[in-house]
Design a protein around this ligand. Structure first.
Ligand SMILES: [Zn+2]
Ligand SMILES: [Zn+2]
Length: 270
């Protein structure tokens, strides 16, 4: 390599390092670009994979902005209440939870014939009214958003029912009554990690903290439901959905749900 070309290369790299916010790393430009894309989660996933610097910007700033844009009411509720409602696991984990069905595999209390892979959702409705159905009465003051179940037909199931996979998130889980009950009642599950933040989990089923209303809310068999809560307050679970006849109707939502819902759409799929 000639001395002039090595010098030119050094000058170029020096000039880049002197202008850390040049081009795509300029955060104001990034915010404007993503706003014009209506905070497309697929594009942000790809952007965060480009380089460590972009991954860091996404972690510090972009995932939070995406969550605020795509689920404003839910994020406002989850983060209201001061330091006590600190969002466990950060906004990247929350973004994944908003858009991604985690699939499932067999666990200690719930058996499937074969693992179900995770996938992005076109649209998910989260409801804190639904969340109340997943809490025992003594934990009723906790705030928990829970999604409608993602339905996975399983023709090979022995039970003949469809698999439902649901997910949710607590506000201020560190100070929640559910966490108190879990800590007093049962140890963390061996080998089970949250699909959204990677942290360890408690089994609500093993802790006997699953009320009957949870199965009713999901339209599931009472003995065919299991869910986990991670130490950061993410919840996810599986159930066997009861097939409804046409006479059963499909509107199982309370009228007052409309005030507590947050529907999250994946714009790329629309
Ligand atoms: Zn699914
Ligand atoms: Zn988690």
């Amino acid at each position: 390599m000639s001395s002039s070309s090595s010098q030119r290369r050094r000058v170029n790299s020096d000039s880049l390092s002197c202008v850390p916010e040049s081009g795509i790393l300029n955060e104001r430009i990034l915010l404007l670009v993503f706003e014009s894309l209506k905070w497309d989660v697929n594009v942000l996933c790809q952007t965060a994979c480009v380089s460590r610097k972009l991954q860091a910007v996404a972690k510090r700033l972009l995932w939070k902005e995406l969550c605020l844009y795509r689920a404003p009411r839910m994020v406002s509720e989850l983060t209201s209440g001061g330091p006590a409602s600190r969002l466990g696991g950060g906004f990247s984990a929350l973004a994944k939870l908003l858009f991604y069905c985690c699939g499932c595999e067999s666990t200690r209390c719930f058996e499937v014939s074969q693992p179900v892979p995770g996938h992005f959702m076109k649209s998910t409705r989260f409801s804190k009214t639904s969340g109340r159905s997943f809490l025992m009465r003594r934990c009723g003051s906790d705030l928990l958003y829970v999604s409608d179940p993602c339905e996975h037909p399983t023709g090979s199931s022995n039970r003949g029912d469809d698999l439902g996979i649901f997910r949710g998130v607590f506000r201020g889980f560190l100070k929640s009554k559910t966490r108190d009950c879990l800590i007093r009642g049962v140890g963390l599950e061996d080998g089970v990690h949250c699909p959204y933040c990677g942290a360890r989990c408690w089994s609500m089923t093993a802790a006997r903290l699953v009320p009957k209303s949870a199965a009713r809310r999901l339209g599931a068999n009472e003995d065919g439901i299991e869910y986990f809560v991670c130490v950061n307050g993410h919840m996810y679970g599986t159930c066997w959905l009861v097939r409804l006849s046409s006479d059963d109707g499909d509107d199982d939502h309370d009228d007052d749900d409309k005030n507590f819902d947050q529907t999250v759409n994946n714009s790329c799929s629309n």
